[in-house]
Write a protein that binds this ligand. Structure first.
Ligand SMILES: Nc1ncnc2c1ncn2[C@@H]1O[C@H](COP(=O)(O)OP(=O)(O)OP(=O)(O)O)[C@@H](O)[C@H]1O
Ligand SMILES: [Mg+2]
Length: 377
């Protein structure tokens, strides 16, 4: 990294937030896995790194923990550069993606392992283990060996092993990955509660966007080793900066299809072979610097409603290719703009055997992207 930047960073020490990644680069041979990453995490903040498999999430955590070297750039913790510090001197506790418990030790001894190694007083160890076990709901399991636990219980013990420690920063690498959907939901809620009780910096890695959105104060979306966008769940969901973020957050994913902008006879609209959607007038000003008229249109499955069309809403007749009842909702497979799209409606919507249905869309729920750069327009 350029020396000037590091110099400036060093000058700001003291006012620096808890953790800062500055121009962080990680290269293995010729592949660059992390590309000039800059990220600042405030004190006592729950940061979630989210992105698809292989995007570099574990690599970032392992560099922060000191288990992986940094190719260039610097990591600051509490204002101090830590690249030259041993993992044990970084004041960090990490829960690994592939955690392993000591099979011959019971839960209590697994949890207290690092404390015993550091010669903590016995009463202190006991007090910490009990406190954390209570928080994780594993008090009745303290005397059991790992082989006598379910996968979910083991995962909680692995978390407990990190949480008994005094660290200022906790790193979690997909701690819920081995759990079934129901337990995952439960643990997610427990984590959210625990997060309120513990005043610590937490960096949490997941590829599950629901987990990211429910847990994170700040969500950082990573793709191919590059931060795409960071912000609150609401900011990212409502104002995605590009097609990747728009498609990554939200389930089912946003629908995308291509279109052409038209500005004729006082009407501003986006249209394709089989559709034409009027756009809000003010978008003319917003899009005045956009040189092309080709766009990618994005509409979330939940933005369609099968109801009376309100003032200012667009209505569309769309084919029903297939409908799936999923409890509180029905998901309809349809076609728009030459693409297959998904539409989410309340499960009480009378679908019958109709071949097509009329849907309403609020034009403010339409997203437009540049087809070449994929940035939001
Ligand atoms: N030791 C290594 N040598 C070469 N490439 C590596 C090495 N370790 C990781 N990589 C590559 O770096 C990239 C990022 O890996 P990383 O483990 O950080 O991904 P991830 O986002 O944690 O993915 P997942 O969600 O699957 O855990 C991957 O493409 C991986 O193949
Ligand atoms: Mg990983």
């Amino acid at each position: 990294m350029p020396e000037g930047a590091l110099g400036q960073d060093l000058e700001r020490i003291g006012t620096l937030p808890e953790i800062m990644l500055s121009n962080l680069v990680k290269r293995y041979d010729r592949t660059t896995v992390i590309k000039e990453l800059n990220l600042t995490m405030d004190d006592n903040e729950f940061t979630v790194l989210v992105g698809p498999s292989g995007c570099g999430k574990s690599t970032i955590l392992r560099m922060i923990a000191g288990l992986e070297t940094v190719t260039s750039g610097e990591i600051f913790i509490g204002g101090k550069p830590v690249s030259d510090l041993e993992p044990k001197d970084r004041d960090i506790a990490m829960v690994f993606q592939d955690y392993a418990l000591y099979p011959h030790m019971d839960v209590a001894r697994n949890m207290s392992f690092s404390l015993r190694l550091a010669h903590y007083p016995k009463t202190d160890i006991q007090e910490r283990v009990n406190r954390v076990a209570e928080m994780l709901g594993i008090v009745p399991l303290l005397a059991r060996k790992p082989a006598q636990l379910s996968g979910g219980q083991r995962q909680r013990v692995a978390m407990g092993r990190a949480l008994v420690r005094d660290a200022g920063t906790f790193l979690f690498d997909e701690p819920l990955s081995n759990l079934d959907a129901k337990l995952r939901g439960q643990m997610r809620a427990e984590l959210a509660l625990m997060r309120q009780r513990l005043e610590k910096n937490m960096i949490y890695v997941t590829h599950d966007q629901v987990e990211a959105m429910t847990l994170g104060d700040r969500i950082v979306v990573i793709h191919n080793g590059i931060i795409q966008q960071q912000g609150s769940a609401e900011q990212l969901y409502k104002k995605p900066v590009n097609k990747f973020v728009a498609g990554f957050l939200g389930s089912p994913s946003m629908n995308f299809f291509s279109g052409l902008l038209h500005d004729e006879e006082g009407q501003f609209l986006v249209a394709g072979d089989d559709y034409s959607l009027p756009l809000p007038h003010e978008w003319r000003t917003r899009l005045k610097d956009y040189k092309s008229n080709e766009v990618i249109v994005g509409i979330r499955p939940s933005a369609f409603s099968h109801a009376v069309v309100n003032d200012g809403e667009i209505h569309l007749d769309l084919p029903v290719v297939l409908s799936e009842y999923v409890g509180s909702q029905s998901v309809i497979v349809s076609r728009l703009g030459g693409e297959q799209i998904l539409i989410e409606v309340g499960s009480d919507t009378p679908l019958g055997t109709k071949k097509s249905l009329t849907f309403a869309i609020d034009p403010r729920n339409i997203y437009l992207f540049d087809p070449h750069t994929e940035t939001a327009l």
